[in-house]
Design a protein around this ligand. Structure first.
Ligand SMILES: [Zn+2]
Length: 228
């Protein structure tokens, strides 16, 4: 099976905490299978910019400082799914966030004859993830990435690439912030994970493995669901 012989759309939901490599894997799936990545934030911005009917409603709601309702988000998603580039399938990122949204999404996709094929959950080891993220820093001159444990410069305090001695750390790359972020992620996604596990389309993927191994796993899943 490849993108050319694929017969029905592969519609994926990609779940994973910050740092799990969601962006990288979504790009890989986009390139390998012609799937279109749809993130709710981008969809909203596009719909507002294009002035679609749902976009106009969203714009007004946001101008009033209110949250855009599930109904509006689904209307915007539906409009986007109507565009021909989604024919091979989509990767939903950032939606659904609640069980109510998941139910509404299932109804929408079933109605279109293109149900959700699989819900991929990138699973991380929280403590290892905290160590991985909290140790990161970059060269202030050339942007080369380093890590306290995994990739220190060959000569301490000197960039391997450009010789600079100036480095920067993102203020939110500290253990406490990462722990809070992961906790919030688990709280938010636990009901979704239960929801999809009950329906039998949850695919947990260990995401602490090397990027290529994770990509290989995801490729297998897409092949399975598009053959089925
Ligand atoms: Zn440098």
């Amino acid at each position: 099976m490849d993108a050319e012989t694929q017969t029905h759309p592969v519609n994926l939901i990609l779940l994973g905490p910050p740092g799990a490599g969601k962006g990288t894997q979504a790009r890989m799936l986009t390139e390998a299978f012609g799937l279109v990545q749809l993130s709710t934030g981008d969809l909203l911005r596009e719909a507002v910019a294009q002035g679609t009917p749902a976009g106009k409603v969203a714009k007004q709601v946001m101008a009033e400082g209110q949250l855009v309702s599930d109904e509006i988000v689904l209307a915007i998603l539906k409009d986007r799914l109507d565009q021909p580039d989604t024919g091979k399938g989509v990767i939903l990122d950032g939606f659904p966030r609640t069980e109510g949204q998941a139910e509404a999404l299932d109804a929408l996709m079933l109605d279109r004859g293109a149900p959700i094929s699989a819900v991929i959950s990138l699973e991380v080891d929280d403590e290892a993830m905290i160590g991985r993220i909290a140790g990161r820093y970059t060269c202030a001159e050339c942007g080369e990435g380093y890590h306290d444990d995994n990739k220190p410069p060959a000569s301490e305090g000197v960039c391997d690439k450009c010789g600079s001695t100036q480095f920067t750390r993102r203020p939110d790359d500290n253990a406490e912030t990462v722990r809070t972020r992961l906790g919030a992620y688990h709280m938010q996604t636990a009901p979704l994970i239960d929801y999809y596990a009950l329906r039998g389309n949850l695919k947990p993927v260990p995401a602490m493995a090397p990027i290529d191994d994770v990509a290989e796993k995801l490729t297998q899943i897409v092949k399975e669901v598009s053959d089925g």
